[in-house]
Design a protein around this ligand. Structure first.
Ligand code: HSE
Length: 447
């Protein structure tokens, strides 16, 4: 083993950074044996140096992150600060001074991954970011390296633990969205400002990273269609149950049928209870990958938290250190396909549409006609009378007319149709006098 240590600096020492420091210290001998040289923690950049951090050597703390990354003798810089700036500048500076970078920064990678990869390649160093997507779950390296000889056609995942916790609570207790969010906040899953999670920004950044790697192209967060889960109601969850489905917040990245483009989207969707993702409970993450030769693979585990995220960071750190020792670099960006990202209108899937309609003869036929006019084929129709008070339900055959006076709820599930055709259908439905409202539209995935 080489006795001269590899020098590592840490940018940020919050929950993840502290855990990285703890493991670096307590597992130093094992890490050295696995790498072939010891690691020396050369400095830790923090904003508040006087904050008490158990197990973190105070003499290593500095508030001058720029000076730290400019030292010139660092082998690897670990970035666990998050956000776009000043982190982008710090990472770029680290590259310019010969250091590889391990980052957990999904927002930065999803916004500007291409230029960071180019900069790393220019300086002959690594850029690794396993921790940016789904915490401890090995996903980036399997997609980039283990599946490098295969053709991935689809990535379907639960990549946000907070929203999975909320939907799981709604499903298991019958709670509404706000009540479930309150519980997620009380238990520390949801942040004080839950916007990034519940509006899908966090999952969209992860989807962009996954899509780019899976399809060897470039996808940024701006390419990802995003819908949050704030509109999901207890009625949606109950309706999903009636169909043998559950509602999950999904990140879906797909290669188009003709293979000439890709799509990436994040939204709540119904999936059958028989799908492996349906059984992902609480705040866990899971990603389902469909590849031509490998078939269907599922990656499952904790998607957040200090120790799980530190596990992914440490894995990258070991890889970057091994490469430094061998004076080489690992696999960099692969974006050779240059496949464009198609708009949401081109996505083809199934839909569950819940309508409030006048309950009188001919309405069902009228509604069915609108679907036909837009070439959207109906799979099933379910009607539930609203004026009965008992919530009783009448299953009607496709094309049969409602017989009740007053109002009814009509649930239509379609066969596969384009999102553009579905949107046009819904616009036309809204114009019918007999359609009093479109209560919800939800995609049905995973079939
Ligand atoms: N807030 C994220 C989640 C974890 O709830 O999964 C960090 O990406």
């Amino acid at each position: 083993m080489r006795t001269r240590p590899l020098k590592v600096a840490l940018l940020g020492c919050g929950v993840v950074g502290s855990e990285v420091t703890r493991i670096l210290t307590t597992q130093a001998d094992d890490l050295a044996a696995r790498i072939g040289a010891p690691i020396e923690l050369a400095g830790i950049a923090v904003r508040r140096p006087h904050k008490v951090r158990e197990g973190v050597p105070a003499e290593l703390l500095t508030t001058d992150a720029t000076a730290l990354v400019k030292r010139g003798d660092l082998d690897v810089v670990v970035e666990v600060i998050g956000g776009i700036e000043p982190v982008r500048t710090l990472i770029t500076t680290a590259f310019e001074h010969g250091a590889s970078v391990v980052s957990a920064n999904k927002a930065l990678l999803a916004a500007d991954g291409a230029s960071l990869h180019a900069k790393a390649a220019e300086h002959g160093v690594d850029l690794y970011y396993e921790a940016a997507v789904a915490g401890a779950i090995p996903l980036i390296r399997p997609l980039r390296e283990s599946l490098a000889g295969d053709k991935v056609n689809r990535v379907l995942g639960i990549v946000n633990g907070t929203t999975n916790f909320i939907l799981d609570k709604m499903e298991s207790t019958g709670a509404g969205y706000s009540e479930a969010l309150d519980e997620a906040t009380a238990l520390g899953y949801a942040e004080a400002d839950p916007t990034a999670d519940v509006e899908g920004f966090d999952a969209a950044a992860k989807a962009a990273i996954l899509a780019g790697i899976a399809f060897h192209t470039r996808v940024t967060i701006d390419d990802v269609h995003r819908e949050g889960l704030t509109e999901v109601t207890a009625a949606d969850i109950a309706s999903a149950k009636k169909m043998g489905c559950t509602v999950k917040m999904l990140a879906i990245c797909e290669r188009s049928a003709d293979g000439r483009s890709v799509t990436a989207r994040v939204h709540p969707a119904m999936i059958p209870l028989s799908h492996p993702l349906a059984s992902v409970r609480e705040a866990y993450n899971a990603v389902f990958v469909e590849a031509e030769a490998a078939g269907r693979l599922m990656f499952y585990g904790p998607g957040a938290g200090g120790a799980p995220t530190a596990s992914a960071v440490l894995g990258d750190l070991v890889a970057a250190c091994r490469n430094k020792l061998a004076a080489t670099t690992g696999a960099g960006e692969s974006a050779y396909t240059q496949l464009p990202v198609s708009p949401m209108g081109d996505v083809v899937t199934r839909y569950h549409i819940s309508l409030d309609v006048a309950d009188k003869p001919g309405v069902l036929a009228q509604v069915a006609m609108v679907f036909a006019e837009h070439d959207v084929s109906i799979d099933t129709v379910r009607q539930q009378g609203k004026n009965q008070g008992s919530g009783d339900e009448v299953a009607v055959e496709q094309g049969a007319g409602g017989r009740r006076a007053g109002e009814a709820s009509l649930v239509v599930v379609t066969h596969r149709a384009s999102d553009a055709a579905l949107s046009a259908t819904v616009s036309s439905l809204r114009k019918l006098d007999t359609v009093r409202g479109v209560a919800s539209i939800m995609r049905v995935e995973g079939e």
